[in-house]
Design a protein around this ligand. Structure first.
Ligand SMILES: [Zn+2]
Length: 829
């Protein structure tokens, strides 16, 4: 186990004032088998003469260590830090050490592919893991050039941020990078498969495990096309061209994030190289990630936040620009619909949790807190806020402000104040009041439409939660919808309205009766939307007939949110799903409605009412399946939804055997696993079937599915083994632990699982000490007994939360999950 000490904001500020780092010259030796690798680093930096400092450093052993030619005792390195005293004005630290590979996705992650036994490595130093690979001043505002070389087995390939200078005899040497933050230094190594191309003078490359090579070959054209389209669009928008030489995109196994924006070498999770059929919305999601990571090349990599307070400067901008550029430049025009439907729900959920925080916190205390802020607020709410900002200042001023920001801080660091100053200058508007309510204050407003009556004007009533009474100015669209005599539904008008930061804003432009009034039509603002009574009553008949998918997404999102809040019963939602889903044409809406409804049914119905509600969800999916075009995305989305909700085990068995399969639906490797997983949950298949399927599909994905299925087996010894894996098996990689935890809790198995509810609260603190960082956080979240909705679960949560020594990340996870359960318990029927 590694003990990574959290770096505090004060320590970082102090260190940046003491030390000015120029270069890391790093040589890694990954030729030996086993769990360790060699790391030789030369760190060149200036300092205040006579001062002291420290570097993050977690060696297994130190072979030699000198500062300015003088030996540094090994005892200087302890508890994750290397302490240096008596610094000169120019310093050279030279360290040779043995370091440990990780299996948690942090530091240098080592992966053995079950398909062919090949070994792959990738380096992920974010958020404070540089010390797992080399001694480093590991904070975002201490940028330096990285000059990297790697000794690796001769049949491998190694890629890094910098351009390859030479490779021969198992030695890869890379050009020194431009100044970058430590968390952005990366590597990808192994006998991987590569496809290369070039665009506008920029060398392009795609890398993946050999076992996925044929799939990469089949998808390379789409990936390169999107990459080129996005590069062109960013070059139109920004004055500074792509600044990091080549643009390599690697797809790595067991990656913790969707992807990471390493300059010159973006790394994605390799689930994004598809080996089975996927839907158009999954392809859209991948295009969006490509555009998102590319946005970071400017926002994050070229200009970096000074400290994690301004994490949002990275993520909100990348989320906003990625969504926008994917829509503007690629064939995926519907990314804002996905954003309205899916991403904003993530932001809203995080923003209403007890742990809510501003988009731009004034001060983030340390790296632990920063890690926790990687949530729906920093991404989705921040991006929605930027969309609202663009509506306020106009796009031209927005882009002019960004370009001025890049010009002023290229290869350096910047803060919220720096950015606001440029945006204010470009737009001629004082943005301080806007920034205060939108960026500095947490939580969300509700906008409710009130129809005019007896001569009074229609109005928008704005409210805020009691604890966070801030009202905000909103610029929104308001759509009026009408059912025609022929049964079609049309938008009679779409007006733009400025809602003031007051409780009631009259909307005199809304006149006459319409069948449905939709606030935030066009999705310009970030708010909870509530309809008036008449509109609400019209939703089941009108929603399916509205032509604009973005309007349908806003309406669906508002409906789902009202159920989450207990304002509408989940039974009503299920009825709406049955009526409206079979005619839904937008795949992302189909997928998200099925997923969200399924989750609400699991948590908001009782064990008595759940089977009937779930049956209606299965029926809705089945009806959609019956009318979907063969082989299309909607058919696949419907099939997945049906498999996840049905209890018809005979039909599932037939599909696996290839009989009764809907025309055009490929029962391929991943769909086979999904069917088997459902059979296992229902007790219709067990370990023998899981083993047989894994023999048939001995791939990385097959291994993950097998682990997940084994955790779902409704049998006391299977549950005991799965729980042990989650709690104490550190030999299991990050991804396999996640898969185990995600298969464990099943609403169909409540009796069997009852003993594990108290065990979660008793044993999770020890699990958090055993695993690290993101892996620990993920595991604790996935293992939460959220389907065991009841006062006893809440009592145990309260008991754990009362413990003063509770680790902050676990405290946050338990508080937030418990708050979700509070809502579910109050609303369930
Ligand atoms: Zn990002």
């Amino acid at each position: 186990m590694m003990v990574v000490m959290s770096l505090t904001r004060a320590e970082a500020a102090d260190r940046a004032a003491t030390v000015d780092v120029h270069e890391y010259e790093v040589h890694l030796d990954v030729t030996a088998e086993g769990e360790t690798f060699g790391s030789r680093a030369v760190v060149r930096f200036d300092a205040r003469p006579g001062s002291s400092t420290f570097l993050e450093f977690e060696p297994v052993s130190v072979e030699s260590m000198t500062l300015n030619g003088v030996e540094v005792p090994a005892s200087a390195a302890s508890a994750g830090r290397l302490r240096l005293d008596g610094l000169a004005s120019r310093n050279e630290l030279v360290v040779s050490a043995t370091m440990r590979y990780s299996n948690t996705g942090e530091g240098l992650h080592k992966y053995v592919d079950p398909a062919d036994g090949n070994v792959y490595l990738y380096q992920h130093l974010f958020i404070n893991n540089a010390g797992r690979v080399l001694p480093a001043f590991d904070q975002p505002d201490m940028k330096a050039s990285f000059k990297v070389s790697v000794s690796a087995p001769a049949h491998w390939t190694v890629a890094a941020n910098g351009l390859l200078r030479s490779s021969s005899g198992g030695l890869w040497e890379f050009e020194a990078t431009k100044p970058i933050s430590t968390y952005l230094a990366s590597l990808f190594a192994g006998p991987f498969h590569a496809v290369t191309d070039e665009h506008d003078g920029i060398p392009l490359a795609l890398y993946v495990r050999a076992a996925l090579g044929e799939h990469l070959d089949a998808q390379a054209e789409e990936l390169f096309t999107i990459t080129k389209q996005c590069l062109d669009r960013y070059h139109e928008m920004f004055d500074i061209r792509y600044p990091f030489g080549h643009y390599q995109q690697a797809f790595a196994p067991e990656f913790n994030f969707g992807a990471m924006e390493y300059p010159g070498l973006v790394i994605f999770r390799d689930e994004m190289i598809y080996r089975s059929a996927v839907t158009e919305s999954q392809r859209e999601g991948r295009a969006n990630v490509i555009a998102h990571e590319m946005a970071h090349m400017w926002f994050g990599d070229l200009v970096t936040m000074a400290w994690w307070d301004d994490l949002w400067l990275n993520e909100s901008f990348a989320e906003y620009l990625g969504t926008r550029v994917a829509a503007e430049a690629t064939r995926f025009k519907g990314t804002w619909t996905t954003f309205a439907m899916q991403r904003k729900a993530w932001g809203l959920r995080a923003d209403q949790h007890p742990s809510t925080h501003p988009v731009a916190p004034v001060s983030v205390a340390d790296t632990d807190e920063a890690l926790m802020n990687f949530d729906g607020i920093s991404y989705a709410k921040g991006a929605a806020t930027l969309k609202q900002l663009v509506a306020w200042v106009g796009d031209e001023a927005f882009r002019a402000g960004l370009n001025a920001h890049f010009a002023a801080h290229a290869y350096g660091n910047a803060t919220l104040a720096d950015l606001l100053a440029q945006l204010a200058k470009a737009s001629g508007r004082d943005l301080s009041a806007w920034a205060e309510v939108w960026l500095r204050r947490p939580q969300v407003n509700t906008l409710r439409f009130v129809a005019g009556e007896d001569g009074s004007a229609a109005a928008v009533v704005q409210t805020a939660p009691e604890d966070y009474p801030t009202l905000r100015p909103h610029k929104i669209g308001i759509g009026q919808y009408e059912r025609g005599p022929d049964g079609t539904v049309s938008r009679r008008s779409l007006i733009e309205a400025e809602i003031a930061a007051v409780a009631r804003t009259e909307i005199p432009d809304i006149s006459g009766k319409s069948d449905l009034v939709l606030l935030n039509d066009g999705d310009l603002t970030y708010a909870k939307i509530r309809l008036d009574e008449a509109s609400n009553a019209a939703v089941p008949t009108l929603l399916p007939l509205i032509g604009d998918s973005l309007a349908r997404a806003v309406l669906w999102a508002a409906t789902l949110d009202a159920v989450v809040d207990g304002e509408r019963p989940v039974a009503e939602l299920v009825t709406l799903v049955l009526a409206a889903l079979p005619v839904e044409t937008e795949v992302v809406i189909v997928e998200d409605v099925l997923r969200a409804t399924r989750s609400l049914v699991d948590r908001y119905s009782t064990p008595e009412t759940r089977p009937a509600a779930l049956e209606l969800v299965a029926q809705a999916a089945d009806r959609l399946l019956a009318v979907s075009e063969p082989g299309g995305s909607r058919q696949l989305a419907a099939a997945r939804g049906f498999i996840g909700a049905t209890v018809e085990v005979a039909r599932l068995r037939d599909w696996l055997a290839g009989s009764g399969v809907p025309d055009g639906l490929a029962i391929d490797a991943d769909l086979r696993w999904l069917i088997l997983y459902r059979q296992v949950v229902l007790g219709a298949a067990g370990p023998a079937e899981i083993d047989a399927e894994f023999l048939r599909d001995r791939s990385a994905t097959g291994e993950q599915w097998a682990v997940r299925c084994r955790a779902a087996v409704p049998d006391a010894s299977a549950k005991a083994a799965a729980w042990r894996s989650v709690i104490e098996d550190v030999s299991l990689s990050n991804r396999l632990v996640e898969m185990t935890a995600s298969g464990f809790w099943q609403p169909e198995q409540l009796d069997l699982l009852a003993p594990y509810v108290p065990r979660y609260f008793a044993e999770m603190p020890a699990m958090m000490r055993l695993r690290s960082g993101m892996s620990a956080e993920r595991t604790a979240g996935l293992a939460y007994p959220e389907v065991v909705v009841g006062p006893e679960t809440r009592r145990l949560a309260a008991e754990l939360l009362a413990r003063e020594d509770l680790e902050p990340i676990l405290r946050r996870i338990v508080r937030d999950h418990d708050d979700d359960m509070r809502k579910a318990l109050a609303a369930r029927f």
